[in-house]
Design a protein around this ligand. Structure first.
Ligand code: 5GP
Ligand code: ZN
Length: 114
């Protein structure tokens, strides 16, 4: 999608600190980290949000989560864990309309969110 900032990172039109890439997904560091470890995993395919995923996207979503947990371990969070988050639409605080999984780790996180 031409106006999407994450599609532009996928296309290499704007820079991103990539930590993983394959044919269907990209992992990169969040530009405004809110935890010592904060990265995003996105599908290269533009999907606005998880509520707009289609039946054929279910395997892709599984792969995104599998890669996210591998990357979380690589970033030193295997022992203490962290949080895998998909903010969705306005009530969920989604600011970029391209489906993404956040991983936050490296510090203790409070619950529930504010
Ligand atoms: P959301 O609020 O939609 O769940 O998360 C969007 C995330 O994308 C935010 O944490 C924000 O810091 C991050 N972000 C927004 N623009 C950019 C960018 O251009 N590059 C990178 N690496 N992260 C971005
Ligand atoms: Zn996009």
């Amino acid at each position: 999608m031409s106006n999407c900032i994450f599609c532009k990172i996928v296309m290499g039109e704007i820079p991103g600190k990539k930590i993983y890439e394959d044919d269907e997904m990209l992992g990169f560091l969040d530009i405004n980290p809110v935890a010592p470890v904060h990265f995003l995993v996105i599908p290269k395919k533009h999907i606005n949000n998880i509520m707009e995923m289609e039946t054929q996207d279910t395997v892709l979503l599984g792969r995104l989560f599998y890669k996210a947990q591998e990357l979380a371990k690589q970033q030193g969070c295997e022992e203490k864990g962290g949080r895998f988050v998909i903010n969705t639409k306005t009530d969920g605080g989604q600011t970029v309309e391209h489906l993404h999984i956040h991983f936050l780790g490296g510090r203790s996180l409070s619950w529930p969110p504010g």
